[in-house]
Design a protein around this ligand. Structure first.
Ligand SMILES: *[C@@H]1O[C@H](CO)[C@@H](O)[C@H](O)[C@H]1NC(C)=O
Ligand SMILES: *[C@@H]1O[C@H](CO)[C@@H](O)[C@H](O)[C@H]1NC(C)=O
Ligand SMILES: *[C@@H]1O[C@H](CO)[C@@H](O)[C@H](O)[C@H]1NC(C)=O
Ligand SMILES: *[C@@H]1O[C@H](CO)[C@@H](O)[C@H](O)[C@H]1NC(C)=O
Ligand SMILES: *[C@@H]1O[C@H](CO)[C@@H](O)[C@H](O)[C@H]1NC(C)=O
Length: 755
């Protein structure tokens, strides 16, 4: 192509022109050397020149503008269109690796982006369910594409406009569906239809409530069916969801809620409330008197004609002295005497058949009318005063307090002689009730609500006796139908009651002595003052004000001793309640070097050996323990030792040179914890440089002059030497014992005696 030339004298190949990877990626040359006469001396040789790509082509979209359509309620993340760009640079390099993004969209009614793009594929999808053609039906997206995978600021960028139209969703909930109950159509019956925004989806139904059965189904093309006749009296509305899924089972649209209302038809007959309604009528009751009601119900919808009932007397038995002694109000079922009073001599009983109808059904309700004597006697108490009874306030509800009795001279076993006892005065809260034994007409006064000496210690009850039937004219209840009873309530010692079942609080472990921790209050039902004391305060951390229940600290608290401190508060020596004190941590413990293992190096040292040291701290650290280790700023320390971090709790101590003597050294180390605020501690780490008897142990010869029990004998003590980097730790009881000897140093003999 004439781009590469050769300098004939020197044989230097040079480029005259510009290489372009996109035009030609490989140049193959044949080179030969010729003599003056043009004869080939050497060659020809093949020279292959590979051109390397540089990023010199910006990406280009394959369209100058894109148009897309999205439906409202499309699932976020589901692509509805793609943009595509190409880059002429070498696809094997980043130069042609493209990354798409959305720069803006216009308008942008919310603060967040309504659309998103897959940076690798250029697929555009909604990012939320906010799209609504009623509000905004067109958007312009500015989509940009960068090469270099979008990772550097030197990438080439192109952008393009994407015009998006938002269309109304096809996927819409139908309006409320009304279905007549008890339908005789052949089921399933189509009742509605839904359509997804996407083709080829799979429709499904799921219930909102957990019903024993859901009588609805949906077909492949979105038709909704009711599968069987419905019964409004069983259930008058249904709510369920229809969903559309793709073939991987993922939701395509958001579920739609379908509401069905079951409409009433008149499919229930009236029902008599009682198989037989019995009504008593006194001989003297006048024509027109209201004597009772026939009750009937209808399960069809209330307040509609379907449940509207009509009453009508169909027959009267006997029809003596006339066939129309009774009258019924046709809309209410109320029975009245038609024209005249009844007489027992004519008939003591009448049987009525009452026809109850709704617009479609009819039912017969049976009524028996008993003609009874007139109510011309009042109930008269045997005692006009039952004196007094004394009850303990804790008497159980339902207990019988007293039996009372009145008598009535009217016809037995009728409403003229039956007695109703009531407390007329002295019992505002219905603490007592009275039941009548209908056979004996005796009354039983019972406890209806708990007595309480503190609110009411004496009841002066006035009790009356009446009949369910009205008295005849001219007769009235008088004081003979009244009686009296005095009820005295005695006190039962009740323990004071605490306001809470348990008292809990959290305090910081560093609060000063005499700080008020909390107030525990108990209430005495008798109104006496309550005395407080503490039990189980084993650490003597607390005291209580015996009169007020205020609890104070009595000595310094310490979370590291006990994190949750529990005592009991005793009220008037009768009731107890737990008081639980949770101590929150304060960073009040200095970090320390763990002394489980001695630190040593085997003599002679060569420099560079290292040993692991560990820090500990009794405080609750912030999430986890974390320490920093450093050498104190002292000349010797810096010259001899070096500390490097191993992990959050361990560090390496290493020797900087080989000139250590066989003795114990003190290494000044500064430890910091990660409490809030952090604490710093300077510790002296004892490090032995000792002769080692074996790889793992340090051999120390005990000084003969020391008051050792078996004098005159040199004893070697093997110190358990456990820390060898890179080898598992070993630890045993004997080593632990010997370790302690070593650490105690001067106290050796006294300790041995104690042991
Ligand atoms: C370099 O190329 C130009 C034309 O592109 C030509 O005129 C010129 O002679 C070339 N130079 C050499 C040294 O070949
Ligand atoms: C492209 O998207 C993927 C995940 O969707 C993300 O991990 C990656 O960082 C994105 N790349 C760029 C350049 O934004
Ligand atoms: C349906 O109606 C018929 C009469 O129309 C009735 O006999 C039947 O009990 C009704 N079914 C239900 C479930 O109400
Ligand atoms: C009746 O009830 C009210 C409200 O519970 C109470 O304040 C009052 O002390 C009660 N009286 C008696 C006599 O029990
Ligand atoms: C109450 O009335 C009855 C008759 O109904 C009578 O015998 C009785 O003496 C009366 N009692 C009083 C206290 O007047």
């Amino acid at each position: 192509a004439g781009i590469i030339d050769i300098e004939p004298r020197t044989g230097i190949l040079y480029i005259n022109g510009s290489l372009d990877w996109e035009t030609q990626q490989v140049h193959k040359l044949q080179v030969e050397s010729l003599d003056e006469s043009g004869k080939t001396v050497k060659g020809p040789y093949t020279v292959t020149i590979n051109v390397e790509d540089i990023n010199d082509n910006p990406p280009e979209f394959n369209q100058t503008k894109y148009y897309g359509v999205v439906r409202q309620n499309s699932r976020p993340g589901k692509p509805f269109m793609y943009v595509h760009a190409t880059d002429r640079d070498n696809p094997a390099t980043l130069h042609a690796q493209l990354s798409y993004s959305i720069l803006h969209h216009f308008p942008n009614p919310y603060d967040e982006m309504l659309f998103q793009i897959d940076n690798a594929t250029g697929a555009i999808s909604p990012s939320s369910y906010y799209l609504d053609p009623q509000k905004q039906d067109t958007f312009i997206l500015v989509v940009s594409v960068k090469d270099m995978a979008g990772t550097t600021t030197n990438a080439f960028t192109s952008s393009v406009d994407v015009i998006i139209t938002v269309k109304e969703s096809l996927w819409k909930a139908p309006p409320i569906i009304y279905i007549k109950e008890n339908s005789t159509q052949v089921h399933p019956v189509n009742i509605s239809k839904v359509q997804s925004n996407e083709p080829g989806v799979i429709y499904g139904i799921f219930e909102k409530e957990n019903l024993p059965r859901l009588p609805f189904s949906i077909s492949e093309n979105g038709d909704i069916y009711v599968t069987q006749p419905l019964d409004r009296e069983e259930r008058d509305n249904y709510t369920f969801f229809v969903v559309s899924k793709d073939n991987t089972g993922e939701l395509v649209d958001k579920p739609l809620q379908i509401q069905v209302i079951v409409e009433d038809i008149n499919d229930n007959p009236p029902v008599c409330q009682q198989d037989l309604t019995v009504i008593e009528v006194q001989e003297n009751e006048k024509g027109g008197s209201n004597i009772g009601t026939v009750f009937a119900t209808d399960m069809d919808k209330k307040d509609t004609l379907n449940s509207r009932l009509h009453f009508q007397i169909q027959s009267q038995e006997p029809e003596f002295p006339s066939d129309n002694l009774f009258y019924i109000q046709q809309d209410t079922g109320t029975l009245q005497l038609a024209g005249r009073s009844l007489s027992k001599r004519d008939s003591a009983k009448y049987f009525l058949k009452v026809l109850v109808t709704d617009p479609q059904f009819e039912t017969i309700c049976n009524v028996e009318v008993h003609v009874i004597d007139i109510n011309d006697e009042i109930p008269i108490f045997k005692n006009s005063d039952y004196g007094s009874v004394t009850l303990a306030e804790d008497i159980p509800i339902g207990s019988v307090v007293l039996e009372i009795e009145a008598t009535d001279g009217d016809e037995p076993a009728t409403g003229s002689s039956l007695i109703i006892y009531q407390v007329k005065e002295g019992d505002p809260n219905n603490t007592f009730t009275i039941e009548t034994d209908s056979e004996t007409n005796r009354g039983f006064i019972r406890i209806n609500k708990a007595l309480d000496f503190e609110t009411m210690s004496v009841y002066n009850l006035v009790i009356n006796a009446t009949n369910p039937e009205p008295l005849v004219e001219g007769v009235e209840y008088n004081s003979s139908s009244l009686t009296k009873l005095k009820v005295s309530v005695t006190n039962v010692e009740e323990p004071p009651a605490f306001q809470k079942p348990v008292y809990k609080t959290e305090v910081s472990e560093d609060i000063p002595v005499n700080t008020l921790v909390m107030t525990v209050e108990a209430y005495d039902p008798e109104g006496d003052s309550v005395r407080y004391s503490l039990e189980g305060d084993v650490r003597k951390w607390l005291r209580i004000d015996s009169a007020t229940g205020q609890v104070y600290t009595a000595s310094p608290l310490d979370r590291e001793t006990e994190e949750t401190y529990s005592v009991e508060v005793v009220a008037s020596e009768l009731s107890k309640v737990f008081l639980i004190l949770h101590l929150s941590d304060v960073n009040d413990n200095y970090p320390q070097i763990a002394t489980d293992y001695p630190t040593f190096f085997c003599y002679p040292v060569s420099g560079g050996e290292r040993a692991l040291i560990q820090a500990t701290d009794a405080d609750e650290q912030f999430f986890y323990s974390k320490f920093t280790f450093s050498l104190a700023d002292e000349m010797n320390a810096r010259n001899n030792w070096e500390i490097s971090k191993f992990n959050a709790t361990h560090a390496y101590l290493s020797l900087k040179h080989g000139n250590f003597e066989e003795k114990a050294y003190d290494v000044p180390i500064i430890l910091n914890d990660n409490g809030k605020p952090p604490l710093e501690n300077k510790v002296n780490l004892k490090v032995s440089i000792c002769k080692c008897s074996s790889e793992n142990s340090c051999f120390i010869e005990i000084d003969r002059q020391h008051s050792w029990p078996t004098t005159g004998q040199a004893i070697g003590i093997l110190l358990g030497v456990l820390i060898i980097i890179g080898k598992p730790l070993r630890y045993d009881g004997a080593a632990a014992f010997l370790t302690r000897i070593h650490l105690l140093g001067e106290d050796l003999s006294s300790m041995l005696q104690n042991e």
